[in-house]
Design a protein around this ligand. Structure first.
Ligand code: 5GP
Length: 118
């Protein structure tokens, strides 16, 4: 897949407020936050969408959730709660085609996340 904005963030070609990094993943604040806390956890491996996850990526995807949970504990909102979601393709609202886990927190979050009728 071709480079996206997020590959450029991984490579420090564009700036971002990075809050965590390890050999497999990066976490940084969302530029357009939808909650008092909103950051993204991404794999360094450029996977475009959930549909492109392969069997060999099992541990990597689990790792993204472990990072999200660890950061939630360290940042102090794990007990109050949060949402960790991935959007997929246009109907899911995906705009950047490099897999990312949204972590939203800091207030009670509405559900369902859409307002229109089925
Ligand atoms: P999606 O809509 O694909 O699920 O989420 C993409 C997210 O990336 C959006 O919440 C958007 O605000 C965020 N985003 C897009 N471009 C940038 C950027 O250049 N820097 C950062 N930090 N976030 C970005």
């Amino acid at each position: 897949m071709s480079d996206t904005l997020f590959t450029k963030i991984i490579n420090r070609e564009i700036p971002a407020e990075i809050i965590y990094e390890d050999e497999l993943s990066l976490a940084f604040k969302d530029i357009n936050p939808q909650a008092p806390v909103h950051f993204l956890v991404i794999p360094k491996k450029p996977i475009a969408t959930i549909n492109d996850i392969e069997s060999e990526d099992r541990e990597l995807i689990g790792h993204l959730y472990l990072v999200a949970g660890t950061l939630a504990s360290e940042m102090g909102f794990a007990e109050d709660g949060y949402r960790a979601v991935m959007n997929c393709n246009p109907h899911g609202g995906q705009t950047v085609y490099h897999l990312h886990l949204h972590v939203l927190a800091g207030k009670p979050l509405g559900w369902p996340p859409y307002q229109d009728k089925l």
